[in-house]
Design a protein around this ligand. Sequence first.
Ligand code: FAD
Length: 276
Amino acid sequence: METPDFSIEFFPPKTPEGAEKLRIARAKLAELNPKYFSVTFGAGGSTQQGTLATVREIQAAGHEAAPHLSCIGATRESIRDVLKQYQDSGIRRVVALRGDLPSGYGGAGELRYASELVEFIRQETGDWFHIEVAAYPEMHPQARSPQDDLQAFARKVGAGANAAITQYFYNADAYFQFVDNVRKLGIDVPVVAGIMPITNTMQLLRFSDMCGAEIPRWVRLKLASFGDDSASIKAFGLDVVTGLCERLLAGGAPGLHFYSMNQAAPTTAIWQRLRA
Ligand code: FAD
C-alpha cells in the first residue's frame, strides 16, 4: 500500500488575533509534515481576500497551499478573476465546491453545481490546477437520493476533477460503501476521508445537523454523559476518531484530510496516536 496522504484544512481568520493564533497552530501542524494545507472560501466571496492572504502566508512558510473556491452566488467573470489571482500566486491545487449561501443572500449565481465549476476551471485554465471536489458518504443533505448524489459526484469527476475529499463521518462502513459504488461506476480517483476531531459536543451536534453527518447514537449518548467535562469529551473523542482513522487506513483509504478548525492540538493528538 502507498503511504497515505495527510492534509489539513483551515478557515481564514477574521481578526488579527485569529490570524496570530492560526500562525502558531500552522507552525505546530507543519511539524507533522502534511502534504498540503487547504483554506476554505466563504460562499458569495465573503472571505475571498482572507482565503488568498492565508494561502500566501502558508506558501511563504514553504508549504503547499490549496485554496477552496465556491461558485454559488458568483458570476463567471468573478470566478475568472479569482482563478487568475490563484494562478498568479503560483497555486496549483484547488478544492472546487458549490458552497452554501448564507441565509438572506441574493441569487444562486451563474454556475449552479460544482460540476459546472470544475468544467469552467478546466475551460479557463486547462490542466494548470489539480482539482479536488467534495464527496458525501452519508449523502449530501439536499440530494434527492444516494443514487442521485452519486451521479452528481460522477459528473464532477467527468468534468475533470482529479480527486475527492469527503464530508466528515463517523461510520467507516458508509465510506467503504461509497467508495465501492464509485468504483462500480468505473471512477478511479482517490477519495480521501475527511476527518473531524471531536472536542466540543455542542459544536459537533450543530455542525453535523447542518451538513448531514450522522453522530452514532452510542457516541452521542456518551458525549452527553460527560456534560461540560471537556477533558473527558476530548479523551473519548480522541479514542473514537483515532479508531475511525485506523479502520479507514487499514481498509485502503488513500489519505486523511483533517478539518482542524484552526487548532493544532486535536489533529496532532490523533496523528501521533496513528503513528504510534
Ligand atoms: P455539488 O456537488 O454541486 O452538490 C450540491 C447538491 O446538488 C447535492 O445535493 C447534489 O446531489 C446536487 N446536484 C449536483 N449536481 C446536480 C444536478 N446536475 N442536478 C441536480 N442535482 C445536482 N463550503 C463553502 O462554502 N466553502 C468551503 O470552502 C467549503 N469547503 C468544503 C470542503 C469539503 C472537503 C467539503 C466536503 C465541503 C465543503 N464545503 C464548503 C461545503 C459545501 O460547499 C456544501 O456541502 C455544499 O452544500 C455542496 O457543495 P458541493 O461542491 O458538494 O456541491
